[in-house]
Design a protein around this ligand. Structure first.
Ligand SMILES: Cc1ncc(COP(=O)(O)O)c(C=O)c1O
Length: 373
């Protein structure tokens, strides 16, 4: 058996509907900046109950566009070390300095107390990442803190489409929410991203920045780049969005199946969300007991059982060669992330998994752990 760690899902009906829209789009001659992108923005805003949505070419572009708004030259932005590199990269591209913060070992999300310790007179804002699809459980306190300190708060919601806290959608708590529609994500547009905001001026500026800095009259009024979403990507995204609630229900079902089997395994800690949070389960991370070599477990799992697994994220950003060389971060700077993330494994999580496959993966994990300890 081969079990992929992620796989995008399109039903036959969805593929047919996408092909019909593709044909209409190709015949129309409007291949970018057209009605499908506008509809995608409108429907994503309606789904998340956000005021404005601006479609862009990737999640990285969403961060790049959003961060430019804050004129970061010489300023610091606090980011979790546990994230994909695009989060701090966006700060650097916007002229700022990323300051990495440690994480809460129970949630794998940024730790509020560590954020507080890292604020200086140069701090302009904070980026929170809803890691694996869990809205950072300290989000409301973090937002309060940012408001008190007059810092911007960006939610990197690349993992958290449709995740909610007290019924409110990820990406709508901070000043800006940034989403990715990369193929492994909860929903995809092949490549693509979206920015959410309640600030009309911010949305206008984002539209301008994503179009090489040109306003609606085609005058270049600021520096930007081509970060537009193509119409073909918007079509795929629109059809995925139609099914997002089904995707989320299935991912939550799969998580419950894993939890039933792995909840009783001594060497494996499963991470359960608080009751007021709906997880989007972009990934299903488990933490193996300290001392178990995760890399070896992953190798046995793949070689003997055909099961792919992943990290989220190891090594963390501050230990990536670029950040060590350019910003001087080093081993020991963020001890919780360094210790815990080494023990984290992400098990297969995607729409096509069945209960039988989840049981197979869970048993294979237990056997692989036994084989290496
Ligand atoms: C937390 C996080 N932020 C940003 C991104 C960047 O998104 P994209 O790959 O669409 O550029 C990713 C992507 O994979 C991510 O996981």
């Amino acid at each position: 058996m081969k079990v992929s760690s992620s796989f995008p899902y399109f039903s036959k009906d969805s593929i047919n509907a996408i092909l019909a829209d593709m044909s209409q789009m190709l015949n129309s001659g409007q291949l970018t900046d057209g009605p499908f992108s506008e509809e995608f923005e409108r429907k994503f805003a309606a789904y998340t109950k956000a005021k404005y949505a601006v479609a862009v070419s990737s999640g990285s572009a969403a961060l790049d566009v959003a961060l430019r708004h804050y004129r970061l030259a010489g300023k610091e932005v606090i980011v979790p070390t546990n994230t994909f590199v695009s989060t701090p990269n966006g700060v650097v591209f916007a002229g700022g300095i990323p300051v990495f913060a440690d994480m809460d070992p129970q949630t794998l999300c940024i730790d509020l107390e560590d954020v507080k310790r890292r604020v200086t007179s140069k701090t302009a804002g904070v980026i929170v990442v809803h890691i694996a699809g869990l809205i950072c459980p300290q989000l409301l306190e973090l937002r309060e803190f940012c408001r008190e300190q007059e810092l911007f708060l960006i939610e990197d919601s690349a993992h958290a489409h449709g995740a909610t806290l007290d019924g409110q959608m990820a990406g709508t708590f901070g000043d800006v929410g940034c989403f990715s529609f990369y193929p492994t994500k909860v929903m995809t547009s092949c490549e693509g991203g979206m920015i959410l905001t309640a600030d009309e001026e911010f949305a206008l500026e984002a539209r301008c920045v994503r179009s090489c800095g040109q306003n609606a009259n085609r005058q270049m009024v600021m520096l930007g780049d081509n970060w537009r979403l193509s119409e073909q990507a918007a079509i795929v995204g629109l059809h995925q969005l139609e099914h997002i609630e089904e995707f989320l229900a299935k991912r939550n079902q799969i998580a419950a199946w894993y939890g039933e089997v792995l909840g009783d395994v001594a060497e494996v800690s499963v991470l359960r969300p608080p009751p007021n949070i709906r997880h989007s389960y972009y990934k299903y991370p488990v933490v193996l007991t300290s001392g178990i070599d995760c890399q070896k477990v992953a190798e046995v799992l793949k070689r003997r059982f055909g099961v792919e697994s992943g990290h989220i994220y190891y090594p963390p950003c501050h230990l990536q060669p670029y950040y060590m060389e350019t910003f001087g971060s080093c081993v020991g700077d963020l001890p919780i992330a360094e210790r815990v993330l080494k023990q984290v494994m992400c098990l297969p999580m995607h729409y096509l998994l069945t209960k039988q496959t989840v049981d197979y993966v869970s048993e294979a994990l237990v056997s692989s752990i036994e084989a290496v300890v």
